[in-house]
Design a protein around this ligand. Structure first.
Ligand SMILES: *Cc1c(COP(=O)(O)O)cnc(C)c1O
Ligand SMILES: [Zn+2]
Length: 466
């Protein structure tokens, strides 16, 4: 009972590699400042012989932790005992074949799948990780939890605090963009909300300092337990595909927690002999927040066996500072200058023969319209996955008959202002919301039709437009 003796925290740097127990959540390695990972002595843990063995747990679904889309894979996320697991019903998400969207991406019918993580209780994939962070926080007796957030992490944290009553939430937001859907959740759930005059990266720096000073449990993207929970997105994708590995997994890249978690999950499954090869991974930046794209694709930064070239990074971030360049995109969930999980993402890209691409807000919003017109909708950042798959297809990197999973990270209702402006006939409204981001026109608009309040005119309009 309690935290597992067979799980430990390990420094990501292959030069340092220090190990620590689970008694506190480390934001970085106390010896060298690198990120830390959760690692396991798998030999001492009960791991099923085959992934299909997980199907049997569905008969135990009256147990909330087996119903959870995260904890029904507890054996692959085994850092805490069953009695400690926190769940609010996260991870009941769906993988769906989307042939309309496949057409848009130029894939054969039956080849494009959308993983709807917006179906989570707070409306984004963040719940997959938050239940794991809460499990750890409960195990070490934390009373308050904090995060800096572009919105969805704070919505998730606030919800877990409100539902479980295990901790009190403190959230830090910048003064830049935060969608009203997300902010409204944090406020409604009663989180103590601190708005800083600064951007997301400033809020991130401050929350780290404050948490250390006040002993508050930090649930930012640097929290390695969150990434453990996010591994379950991969497990569910495989489950939905009858445990067959797809050719590609495409995911938006912000702080790079998701892509990092995906890579770790796949590396572990291979190591455990539960899959025999890895899919390729594509991480998609917004062209308004393209740190990973530039570092990986243009500057050649690589995992390099756990020792990424510090010089490349240093030069890049120094230049970012001296140019005072700031991320700016309508895809607010990925509007990030300094992705905190950069090194873990490099590991994932290395293991999965990965690629990184950038897409404009125009491409993302057009893809978003296509996603909602041919599947379940999503928020702008999520649509970068489909927009990214499309350009990888155009470049011939993704083949026409490859089996591609695009992860839709957040719910359609998170950011309705952008959607309404995109479909608006009012050019001023369009310009006001979208104009500053290089969005010239809605390629796939669904305009509301204005008609006089007159029965004949209404009937005529319906006949004309349907
Ligand atoms: C957090 C978030 C992202 C970015 O994920 P990272 O793990 O930070 O790369 C993308 N889309 C949505 C909707 C998010 O909430
Ligand atoms: Zn270290």
């Amino acid at each position: 009972m309690g935290l597992s003796e067979h799980a430990f925290q390990k420094c990501l740097s292959s030069k340092c590699g220090s190990q620590f127990d689970l008694s506190r959540a480390l934001v970085d390695c106390p010896h060298c400042g690198s990120l830390v990972d959760i690692q396991y002595d798998w030999d001492r843990l009960p791991v099923p012989n085959a992934l299909a063995d997980f199907s049997q747990f569905w008969t135990q679904r009256n147990n909330p932790t087996r119903r959870s889309g995260v904890w029904r894979f507890h054996e692959l996320i085994p850092f805490a005992s069953q009695d400690l697991l926190v769940t609010v019903g996260e991870g009941q998400t769906l993988l769906q074949k989307a042939d309309e969207v496949a057409k848009y991406v130029d894939l054969d019918p039956g080849c494009l799948f959308l993983q709807y993580e917006g179906m989570n209780p707070s409306g984004s994939f963040k719940d997959n990780g938050m239940c794991a962070a809460f499990t750890h926080a409960r195990a070490i007796g934390a009373e308050r939890a904090a995060c800096a957030s572009t919105g969805n992490t704070s919505a998730s944290l606030s919800m877990y605090c409100s539902v479980t009553r295990l901790m009190k939430a403190v959230i830090f937001i910048g003064s830049g963009k935060i969608s009203y859907g997300k902010l409204s959740q944090a406020l409604d759930y009663g989180a103590l909300t601190i708005q800083i005059l600064g951007d997301f990266d400033d809020a991130m720096d401050r929350v780290k300092q404050v948490s250390q000073k006040l002993g508050i449990y930090l649930v930012n993207s640097v929290n390695a337990f969150r990434l453990e929970g996010q591994k379950s997105i991969i497990f569910r994708i495989l489950e939905s595909m009858d445990w067959q590995v797809p050719d590609w997994i495409v995911v938006p890249g912000g702080n790079l927690g998701n892509s990092s978690a995906f890579g770790k999950a796949l590396i572990e499954l291979k190591q455990l002999g539960l899959i025999d090869h890895l899919p390729r991974l594509a991480v998609i930046n917004s062209s308004g927040a393209k740190t990973l794209f530039e570092l990986y694709h243009e500057k050649g930064l690589r995992w390099n066996k756990g020792l990424p070239d510090k010089e490349i990074e240093l030069q890049y971030f120094n230049k970012m500072e001296s140019d005072q360049s700031k991320a700016s995109t309508l895809a607010s969930a990925i509007e990030i200058n300094r992705p905190v999980n950069l090194h873990k993402c490099l590991r994932a890209l290395d293991a999965c023969d990965g690629v990184v691409r950038q897409v404009s807000d125009q491409q993302a919003l057009d893809a978003k319209a296509k996603i909602a017109a041919g599947g379940m909708g999503c928020e702008p950042a999520s649509a970068t996955s489909v927009a990214g798959a499309k350009i990888l297809r155009e470049d011939g990197i993704i083949g026409k008959s490859d089996r591609v999973v695009c992860v839709l990270t957040g719910h359609q209702l998170k950011d309705p202002n952008i959607t309404v402006a995109y479909h608006s006939t009012d050019r001023q409204e369009f310009e006001r919301v979208l104009g500053g981001y290089g969005v010239k026109k809605a390629s796939f608009p669904n305009h509301a039709i204005g008609v006089p309040n007159d029965l004949d005119a209404i009937i005529k309009a319906i006949k004309l437009y349907s």
